[in-house]
Design a binder for this molecule. Structure first.
Ligand SMILES: [Zn+2]
Length: 404
């Protein structure tokens, strides 16, 4: 059941709107119902509300509130309120009734179109929303900026990346939005989406062009750098690939986990394993990165034995609370200890392993959505670049970047 406070607010909004409509119009466009009829409607509505029949209450209240020039804003707000409460069909009715009014002022007409478009987006009727938003855009008034933003939402959902870029570019021409990081970051991702399509089709030159375009929107686009590194690696240009990957590390150390596998592969192809080990040490020391520590421990253990690897992980755990580092340390320590100690270590290992299983590795900083996989766009709130590794006593590390 919906909270009573929502309906109380609704009631107040409608009564205020009704009073405005009643007191503010000396020459009504159409004959008004008598005030006793209107009060009758309110009492009927209130009765529905008190009897937990909110849908009937809303219908009665809306019927009671005549649309005239003084109540248009109330209707607009009422529709938006209904949409936010998930009553999209009723919101559509309210806004459609407004739009059907003859001689609606230009600004109001655009405001209603925007609201109606948002209702359609909420209902998944994207074609209808797009048509309305294009009408607002063609009108050229101030509402066009909002229309462009909503069109971007639609094109993102439909994966129409070129259209999303075109709308972003129009918005970015305005001095008001020229430096908007959300717009710039979004546009860079749309280019990267197109670049990935080219990569899947092995069209490397076209992919490079798109990545270059991404960099025009966001000079340090992490996704752009990762894609470029991938192209260089596929082309056998390992040094160039390493250079791009190190640019990512410098810009966003929290992405180090994603760099390790390609860095290892490039260094192997270059026959430069000593350089890679040096790089891993730097990532452990300077970035407190757990994945780098784990990789380094594995290499050290294979090369010189487990004692050094154990020392390395112990040191890492003194300043980084990481379950995966602890699990690896316990595994390494199981070798060569007497049976009793081994039994205790195994129990502890099972406990930590059980705790780390199923835990999320990433969280959206915008909406709190948690996931085991990485996404550039949060599947829940649809924002770009908000998904980050979860730090602390998790499978991941506490990086310097996160502490800062
Ligand atoms: Zn989110």
């Amino acid at each position: 059941m919906e909270s009573l406070s929502f309906y109380a607010l609704l009631l107040i909004a409608i009564i205020a709107g009704w009073l405005l409509g009643r007191l503010g119009t000396s020459k009504p466009a159409r004959p008004k119902a008598s005030s006793s009829d209107l009060f009758q409607d309110y009492f009927v509505g209130l009765n529905y509300l008190l009897n937990d029949e909110p849908d009937e209450a809303i219908d009665t209240f809306i019927k009671a509130l005549q649309i005239n020039s003084e109540t248009i804003e109330t209707h607009l707000a009422l529709g938006a309120l209904l949409r936010r409460r998930g009553k999209v069909d009723k919101a559509i009715n309210v806004h459609q009734a407004l739009l059907a009014r003859p001689h609606l002022e230009r600004d109001f007409s655009n405001s209603v179109r925007l609201q109606l478009a948002l209702n359609y987006i909420a209902a998944g009727l994207l074609d209808r929303a797009e048509r309305l938003l294009k009408e607002v855009l063609d009108d050229g008034g101030e509402a066009k900026w909002d229309a462009l933003r909503h069109l971007i939402t639609i094109y993102q959902t439909e994966k129409e990346w070129e259209n999303a870029i075109a709308c972003s570019s129009q918005l970015l021409k305005s001095p008001q939005f020229r430096k908007d990081p959300t717009l710039l970051g979004g546009a860079a991702h749309y280019c990267c989406e197109i670049a990935e399509q080219h990569l899947h089709a092995n069209q490397y030159a076209q992919a490079r062009t798109e990545i270059k375009r991404a960099f025009t929107f966001e000079r340090k686009s992490i996704r752009g750098m990762l894609l470029l590194a991938d192209i260089e690696r596929r082309a056998g240009k390992y040094k160039a690939a390493v250079k791009e990957l190190l640019r990512v590390r410098a810009a966003k150390p929290e992405f180090i986990a994603q760099l390790l596998e390609p860095l290892a592969s490039c260094h192997e192809s270059l026959g430069a394993s000593a350089d890679f080990e040096k790089l891993l040490k730097a990532m452990v020391l300077e970035d407190s990165n757990t994945e780098a520590a784990l990789m380094l421990a594995k290499m050290t253990s294979e090369r010189v034995g487990s004692a050094e690897a154990i020392a390395l992980l112990r040191k890492h755990l003194t300043h980084s609370s990481s379950k995966s580092a602890l699990i690896e340390l316990l595994r390494l320590q199981l070798d060569g200890v007497d049976e009793n100690v081994a039994s205790s270590l195994k129990s502890l290992l099972s406990l930590v392993e059980a705790q780390s299983q199923g835990s999320s590795e990433y969280r959206c900083h915008q909406c709190g959505f948690e996931t085991k996989s990485f996404f550039w766009m949060c599947p829940s709130c649809k924002q770009w670049d908000k998904i980050r590794p979860i730090f602390g006593m998790t499978n991941r590390q506490t990086s310097n970047a996160e502490k800062a």
